[in-house]
Design a protein around this ligand. Structure first.
Ligand SMILES: Cc1cc2nc3c(=O)[nH]c(=O)nc-3n(C[C@H](O)[C@H](O)[C@H](O)COP(=O)(O)O)c2cc1C
Length: 197
């Protein structure tokens, strides 16, 4: 039998991919003044559409915020918090300015669907698309941070993003060139059951 070399063939391919997957971290150690080329942002956004998508509903919608646009996103988020009676004044103040911590911020929405099952599957597809984007960012050396929108169905944010009515914001993603690194959180083993007969 030939000796196997784990650095080549399927195992080597998997190893390289696994290293990329494990290297992606959620952190905000990024330079807010270091520009990320818009072509690169566009290319990363296009990775979203390569996610699996049941019934091919193409539910993703993306809005990209740079410059003063980041403040407008914060203002909209703060307005949504007030409208929905969420949080206190301190949270609203933080929300107004927090997006300037990165040079680029993306809002990624999932289109509404009349059928609750499709609605849920749309969101699953968008989440898978977001991971594609995050892995693409990691591959290019960009730092990223997936955050929850202040209000997932906030009208002020939805209108600013230009998303269709009922769209749910699945992720607000900070993107930028890293200024540092953070340790990977410990991961418990995935519970896996093999059922063979
Ligand atoms: C749907 C979703 C929402 C998240 N929202 C936040 C958030 O609002 N704030 C935050 O600190 N991290 C948020 N995260 C990132 C997680 O905290 C992070 O993935 C986790 O700590 C594991 O770290 P890692 O991504 O570096 O492996 C979110 C992740 C997901 C999948």
């Amino acid at each position: 039998m030939q000796p196997t070399d784990s650095s080549t063939g399927p195992e080597g391919d998997l190893q390289a991919f696994a290293e990329l997957v494990r290297s992606r971290r959620t952190h905000l150690l990024m330079d807010p003044a270091a520009e990320v080329p818009s072509d690169l942002v566009t290319a990363l956004c296009e990775l979203i559409s390569w996610a699996p998508n049941h019934k091919r509903t193409w539910p993703w919608q993306v809005a990209v915020f740079t410059g003063e646009g980041r403040r407008r996103l914060g203002e909209a988020g703060a307005a949504d918090l007030t409208t929905h009676g969420i949080g206190d004044e301190a949270k609203a103040i933080k929300t107004r300015t927090k997006y300037v911590r990165a040079p680029v911020v993306l809002a990624v929405g999932s289109a509404a669907h009349q059928d609750p099952l499709f609605q849920a599957e749309n969101r699953d597809a968008v989440a898978a698309g977001v991971q594609n984007l995050l892995l693409g960012a990691a591959a290019t050396g960009l730092a990223s941070f997936w955050s929850t929108a202040p209000v997932a169905r906030g009208e002020a944010t939805r209108e600013l993003c230009g998303f269709s009515p009922g769209t749910e914001i699945v992720a607000v993603i900070y993107l930028g060139w890293p200024t540092g690194t953070v340790a990977a959180p410990e991961r418990p083993a995935v519970p896996i059951r093999f059922v063979t007969d």
